[in-house]
Write a protein that binds this ligand. Structure first.
Ligand code: SF4
Ligand code: FES
Length: 366
């Protein structure tokens, strides 16, 4: 069994934004359920003993925890690389300075679109201008600025403009993540899945931008797996390289795993992190290859993709042991293909004349 190298510390589910593509669970945890700072400090110690080298403080919005600086400082003392994944809302010059002094290594700022009005509509909050200011403050504070945008039916036509915007805001790296359908994104799947035509145009725009901006920004394209023939090697294999701790202390093999209702996830309140990684049922159920059924069991691609994504298998078939239906060899692949075909018959995206007061999405909320 390998040691995990990355820990996603979801320190809160609270968030000023309401993004409909959020991969957080639909049952969000309230403030009163969150781990205390002492419990998080213990999680960090145990993560260090386990071999973790990177910590991503995420949420929700991690800046809403006033004890974040204390956690960053301890994470740095333990030798971790520390990244913060943030909406940027609430950042001030002083806050950036405090984060830098605590030792944060990188800030990953999200953006929803290149057009402010559309971006605010997607976020369900007037966020875009605050994000522009946050980007400026992060750069002025000397912290490396990384950005990410989640791509979907309502913004994918703007890929090139989004890249240009992130370059102009000073980002050194931009992750263009096609929506993965878990949590709130699954609820909003019909409003989010782009048509194939949109996707092909976006891929071309991405290639153009790659040439145009060269080495001035590192661009990462996260594949839209509903349009692939074979599944992604989700999480690099279950229980193999990373783990997530939820705001209330449950330990998951991936951020979306709480959606698998057939598994029980142990909590750091009751068990040491190393025990959960090595011994708990949830981490061992899909570790390795022995759990696989056909067609994965005898397929030579299993060493590349580990049978795909367990969360997706559960969401689309009700059984997390089955082959990810993205795989064309899955007996359930036709369900996904039919959904994709149906969405391709629908009109695409919001038009500028659409009524933005009429909510298109089920917005993320407590
Ligand atoms: Fe991967 Fe299983 Fe499909 Fe083979 S059958 S390609 S191992 S998901
Ligand atoms: Fe959970 Fe793929 S998102 S295993």
């Amino acid at each position: 069994m390998s040691a995990p190298y990355a820990l996603s510390a979801e320190i809160t589910h609270r968030c000023p934004l309401h993004c409909p593509y959020c991969s957080n669970p639909v049952e969000l945890r309230k403030r009163e359920d969150e781990l205390t700072v002492d419990e998080w400090l213990r999680v960090l110690e145990e993560a260090g003993e386990l071999g973790v080298v990177q910590v991503h403080f995420t949420g929700g919005e991690p800046l809403l925890r006033p004890d974040l600086d204390q956690l960053i400082r301890r994470a740095r003392e333990l030798g971790f690389f520390v990244n913060i994944i943030t909406s940027g809302i609430g950042i001030t010059e002083k806050r950036v300075q405090q984060l830098a002094e605590a030792g944060v290594d990188s800030m990953q700022l999200s953006v929803q679109a290149s057009e402010p009005e559309l971006a605010d509509y997607i976020a369900g909050f007037k966020a875009h201008d605050l994000k522009r200011q946050a980007a400026g403050l992060i750069r002025a504070g000397g912290l490396p600025l990384h950005m990410n945008v989640v791509l979907h039916r309502q913004n994918i036509h703007l890929v090139e403009d989004v890249i240009e915007l992130c370059v102009s805001w000073g980002a050194k790296r931009l992750e263009l993540a096609n929506t993965q359908y878990y949590g709130w994104a699954m609820v909003n799947r019909e409003q989010l899945l782009p048509a194939k035509r949109q996707l092909l145009a976006a891929e071309q725009a991405f290639m153009r931008a790659t040439e145009r901006f060269g080495k001035s920004i590192e661009l990462i394209w996260v594949l839209p797996d509903y349009y692939e023939d074979f599944p992604k090697p989700c999480m690099g294999g279950w229980g193999k390289i990373s783990l997530t701790v939820t705001p209330d202390g449950r330990v998951l093999p991936c951020t979306a795993a709480s959606g698998i209702k057939s598994l029980r996830f142990e909590s750091v309140k009751e068990h040491e992190l190393g025990w959960i990684w090595r011994e708990s049922e949830a981490f061992n159920t899909f570790r390795g290859f022995d759990w696989m059924a056909e067609p994965c069991k005898s397929c030579d691609r299993r060493f590349q993709d580990f049978g795909g994504c367990r969360c997706q298998a559960f969401l689309l078939t009700g059984d997390a042991r089955l082959t990810d239906p993205v795989c064309q060899r899955s007996p359930h692949h036709h369900k996904l293909a039919e959904f994709v075909a149906l969405m391709n018959e629908r009109e695409q995206g919001l038009s500028p004349d659409d009524d933005r007061d009429a909510p298109l999405f089920s917005y993320r909320g407590m």
